[in-house]
Design a protein around this ligand. Structure first.
Ligand code: SAH
Length: 430
């Protein structure tokens, strides 16, 4: 989501005539886009911010914009006091405060209109920054902003505001524009992406949106994340099964494998519901090639999580054999229900130990699942050259590297998988 938000700011700045600078010391404007989902992310953002302080001292004309979840959707008064050298504060996903700050004179407004006309850019069309035109193969497209679910551990609803779906016409216009700029794959984003349209009765739901996107010429692949188990229904899975451009990869976090912990997290489903859902995903997408992959998120060390409850999570991950597990150690976040009402009582060392156990388990599972790809032929969309090797992804979102002298950027090619490990594969063109 932050990558998409940053691209949006970069292209808004370009429309004002700015170009990207190679390093912060050369910049007239610095945007620091922030995540605070865990304390470690917040610490990193604050340390970056403090590093900008001396630059502002050296160059008082430098404009510093703090953006994203550190700012949130409420008044930035406190941050303003703490970081007086920041010129503009912007909530997540919104380049407007910065644009307004930079285009205070009428001349600049006129200049911007002129430039947009020259580039043939409609106001509402969000385009990529120019450096990405013809280069970026896979783009993120936010379709649901904010979140109203309030899982007890999660800060996002407090910082990104309530759930708002974007009109499907805006999304379609944006995707068409991205395709014109060379994009071949889009990933639709939402904190609970499978709730798309629920706040807008006149709009299609996510299944309907996928049907509309399927029709866009030049677009080759569609993905979406993140799904909540409570909303990933049959209609949506059938759309994934039916639509050739929609890739067979589902990101659907379980968070914990114990019913009491799930209730304490207020996730709204049971372990049994999740197991049933995984079965259903596999069954409905069984005809997709090369199969279907499922990714999950897990938090270890949630307040009150006992050893026995953790072992339930371990057993679940062991039994489900999912392709990917994004693991996190619980981090108490301000404002959340868990921080206000529960004690962060699992010692740090114990969180690490649980984390490592799951990590090790998952590494084995991923290695085994990926071993089944060895010697098969699979379609890969190539994105970029990384130190002499082309990097791409299978429909199931597996990372594949190919050594080739050809320019493979943006191409979908059949490859033969020569080697596979838990995190990536090596292949050759067929
Ligand atoms: N709404 C999206 C994104 C949430 S943030 C989703 O459901 O995936 C991504 C992941 O970070 C979450 O799935 C969760 O596993 C983890 N996370 C969120 N809050 C956390 C916290 N307080 N401590 C540790 N991990 C957290």
């Amino acid at each position: 989501m932050n990558v998409a938000d940053s691209q949006r700011v970069a292209s808004a700045l370009e429309q004002l005539g700015y170009e990207s600078a190679a390093k912060p010391q050369d910049a007239d404007v610095i945007v620091l886009n922030t995540c605070v989902v865990r304390q470690s992310a917040e610490d990193k953002a604050i340390s970056w911010l403090n590093n900008l302080r001396p630059l502002k001292k050296q160059n008082p004309n430098l404009v510093i914009n703090l953006m994203g979840c550190l700012v949130g959707v409420k008044s930035p008064d406190k941050l303003q006091k703490r970081f007086p050298f920041v010129d503009v504060f912007s909530p997540p996903s919104d380049p407007q405060p910065l644009v307004a700050f930079l285009s205070q004179s009428e001349d600049q407004f006129l200049e911007q209109a002129e430039r947009q006309k020259r580039l043939n850019i409609q106001d509402e069309e969000i385009v990529l920054p120019m450096a990405e035109w013809g280069k970026l193969v896979s783009a993120y497209v936010p379709v649901v902003l904010g979140c109203s679910h309030a899982c007890t551990y999660c800060i996002i609803p407090y910082r990104r505001g309530i759930e708002r779906s974007r009109p499907s016409s805006d999304i379609l216009a944006e995707v068409r524009c991205l395709v014109e700029q060379g994009v071949r794959e889009v990933t639709l984003l939402g904190q609970i992406v499978d709730r798309y349209g629920k706040d807008m009765p006149s709009e299609p739901n996510l299944a309907g949106l996928l049907h509309l996107l399927q029709e866009i010429d030049g677009l080759e692949r569609i993905r979406f994340l993140t799904s909540h188990p409570g909303y990933l229904n049959e209609e949506l899975l059938d759309a994934v099964a039916e639509l050739p451009k929609v890739m067979p990869h589902i990101e659907v976090p379980v968070q914990a494998g114990d019913n009491q912990v799930l209730e304490n997290m207020r996730r709204g489903y049971t372990v049994e519901d999740y197991v049933h859902l995984v079965d259903d995903i596999r069954y409905r997408l069984r005809h997709k090639s090369p199969g279907v992959s499922i990714a999950t998120d897990i938090i270890v060390g949630f307040p009150g999580e006992t050893e026995a409850q953790f072992l339930n999570t371990y057993d679940l991950l062991h039994d489900l054999r999912l392709d990917v597990a994004h693991l996190a150690r619980y981090s108490a976040r301000p404002e959340t229900v868990a921080t206000r009402h529960l004690i962060d009582d699992v010692p740090e060392q114990e969180k690490w130990s649980r984390f490592r156990h799951l990590e090790q388990l998952q590494e084995g599972i991923a290695g085994e699942i990926n071993a089944a790809y060895k010697n098969i032929i699979v379609e890969v969309l190539f994105e970029e050259n990384v130190r002499g090797r082309w990097r791409g992804r299978t429909p199931t979102n597996k990372l594949v590297f190919v050594s080739s002298q050809q320019n493979l950027r943006g191409q979908t090619r059949l490859v033969h998988i020569d080697w596979s490990g838990p995190w990536s594969m090596q292949a050759s063109l067929t």
